[in-house]
Write a protein that binds this ligand. Structure first.
Ligand code: FAD
Length: 401
């Protein structure tokens, strides 16, 4: 019988150690001047909400150095520039970096701008031109699924692509697309067969690689916690050749779902790491801060906020490890990852809210990291599938919906 080990194994520990050294050497010097502005909705942002040039350059430099050092997308296969580490190692690495709190170091590891399951389907010329440079952090991408009228119900998308000779002509509008304005190319989902002509709603959708200079960027979509990173992609008779079809023609949706599955695991790992960071900050403060002649941690209402958070983080982490382990075994993780994402992001939200509460007025100050984490926690309950969509998935996996 194969045993399950919840400890960080030796190989993963070596990765974590060298990652810490990298962060200390390459990120810390940049961070000292920029960290206070990085996620600050006013200090680090231009008038339209987008990050300042200074911040964008720092992030790009970190991404490239991390790519060269092999950290950025270490879970990708070696033949495309990754290190092929297991999903459980990738989970531990994501959690570890988040456990340092939000900051420049989070850009050491790939996020939505990095390689994903769809890009992993690249073939031939696409591998050299798009996949490998993204794995190496030299280029970045964006994933365009959501539209002004369609979010969770993405098969109802109205973006269309029609074949015209050797080319596909794409028309539509995508919204809330992370990195849309700063990417080198976007992966755009478009309907290539009308909904009325397909057997299943998820069929008839194709993914296209669209270069940054081939589409217009519309309004910036500013969300709390991630101000300035999302924007509209406007596609007005954009012509791309057949070589830009990524993955199966008319059948990209299944792979897009796989992209979201990995995204859910990664965001859940981050939620666990950020929760650990906030819990430690809250514990230290509860021990030091005094009121009525006692440390506030000695008041049961305060200590129980901490204890509840600790219990939920423990359970979320156990769920994340199990989900990553299942993925490594090749098992179906559709239900696991929805359970994990829903539980971990809701735990993070409660822990972030309580971190603000435990720190009192200091918790609300923009000079402290708590409101920023609270905002991010709120975002994570909507992206990569809302709370309700995760719960629907769990119900469906158990023949209820
Ligand atoms: C910061 C941020 C980054 C994002 N990045 C990207 C990106 O890079 N690429 C991309 O394509 N999209 C991106 N999105 C969009 C994101 O994926 C969508 O916001 C999300 O899928 C929800 O869609 P929606 O906002 O249209 O809400 P809707 O789907 O309209 O849902 C509204 C409400 O109805 C509920 N609801 C909907 N359907 C059901 C149902 N069947 N049962 C029960 N309740 C339901 C939802 O849970 C929600 O509470 C991003 C969004 C944000 C905020």
């Amino acid at each position: 019988m194969t045993g399950i080990n919840f400890d960080v194994d030796e190989e993963t520990q070596l990765v974590l150690n060298s990652l810490d050294e990298f962060i200390e050497r390459e990120v810390a010097p940049l961070a000292s001047g920029l960290e206070s502005k990085l996620n600050n909705p006013t200090l680090g942002r231009r008038a339209n909400g987008q990050p300042t040039e200074e911040i964008l350059e720092a992030i790009q430099s970190i991404r490239q150095k991390s790519g060269e050092a092999g950290f950025y997308a270490m879970h990708m296969p070696e033949e495309v520039g990754g290190q092929g580490v297991s999903k459980i190692t990738w989970y531990a690495v994501k959690r570890h970096v988040a456990s340092k709190g939000r900051g420049l170091s989070e850009h050491v590891l790939k996020g939505p701008e990095g390689p994903n399951a769809l890009l992993g389907l690249a073939e031939g010329e696409q591998v050299e031109r798009y996949l490998k440079p993204v794995v190496r952090g030299k280029k970045s991408t964006a994933f365009g699924q959501t539209e002004p009228d369609v979010g969770s119900d993405s098969p109802s998308m109205s973006t269309e692509a029609e074949k015209n000779g050797d080319e596909w002509i794409i028309n539509g509008r995508k919204q809330w697309i992370t990195n849309a304005a700063f990417c080198d190319f976007a992966l755009v989902l478009a309907r290539t067969k009308p909904l009325a002509e397909v057997d299943r709603r998820y069929d008839g959708i194709t993914c296209f690689i669209v270069e940054r200079d081939e589409f217009e960027v519309g309004s910036v979509n500013n969300a709390i916690g991630l101000e300035g990173w999302q924007a509209e992609i406007l596609l007005d008779d954009v012509a791309v050749s057949e070589s830009r079809v990524l993955g199966p023609k008319h059948g990209a949706f299944r792979d897009a779902m796989e992209l979201l599955t990995m995204g859910r695991l990664e965001l859940g790992a981050e939620a666990v790491g950020y929760s650990q960071y906030l819990l430690e900050k809250s514990r230290e403060y509860a021990r030091e801060r005094e009121a009525f002649g006692e440390s506030i941690g000695s008041f049961q209402q305060v200590s129980s906020m901490y204890a509840r958070g600790r219990a939920k983080t423990y359970m979320a982490d156990a769920g994340g490890l199990r989900t990553a382990w299942n993925l490594d075994q090749g098992n179906d993780i559709v239900e696991d990852v929805s359970i994990f994402h829903w539980f971990a992001t809701n735990a993070f939200w409660e822990i972030a809210d309580n971190a603000v509460q435990i720190h009192g007025a200091n918790g609300l100050s923009e000079d402290n990291p708590f409101v920023d984490h609270l905002h991010l926690a709120r975002v994570l309950r909507i992206v990569e599938g809302t709370d309700e969509i995760q719960l629907n998935t769990i119900a469906k996996q158990n023949d209820l919906l």
